[in-house]
Ligand binder design. Structure first.
Ligand code: DAT
Ligand code: MG
Length: 136
């Protein structure tokens, strides 16, 4: 099976009506959307998803933001999907993201940076299972 990654369209991008534009960036790069779900995270869910960042100075702000409205989670499949999708998303801080990347186009600041992307195949497996527990 081709590699899979998880992308989450964050609340600021959903609010700004950018779901379609963001999905199109991946599809135009020949990535396949394998699963897609809109949900609003509870606080405990956001804390669990971002457990690796617990204790960091931005953690409370990140959790508050991620629970502030609906998100759209997607499992994305394709050749080298983890790295390709992070490339398409751009650097964590939209101000540092390359022109044309999703975060440069739709990110507001380093917290409200429009999208999440898995950082390794192992993270992708954990994160896809978090949002799509029914899909083994
Ligand atoms: P990425 O989302 O590029 O993998 P990360 O895993 O280091 O970046 O951080 C996860 C999220 O936490 C990131 O998308 C936004 C937030 N974040 C990271 N660093 C931050 C900072 N210095 N200030 C505020 N929010 C930050
Ligand atoms: Mg990360």
């Amino acid at each position: 099976m081709p590699e899979r990654t998880l992308c989450v369209i964050k609340p600021n991008a959903v609010e700004r009506r950018k779901i379609g534009a963001i999905v199109a960036r991946f599809e135009d790069a020949d990535m396949r959307i394998a699963a897609l779900r809109m949900t609003t995270l509870r606080r405990d869910e956001a804390e669990r998803f971002y457990a690796e960042h617990a204790g960091k100075p931005f953690f409370a702000r990140l959790v508050a933001f991620m629970t502030s409205g609906p998100v759209v989670a997607m499992a994305i499949e394709g050749e080298g999907a983890v790295a390709r999708c992070r490339e398409i998303m751009g650097a964590t801080d939209p101000a540092a993201a390359a022109p044309g990347t999703i975060r440069a186009l739709f990110g507001a600041n380093v917290t409200e940076n429009a999208v999440h992307g898995s950082d390794s195949p192992a993270s992708a497996a954990r994160e896809i299972a978090f949002y799509f527990p029914e899909a083994n």
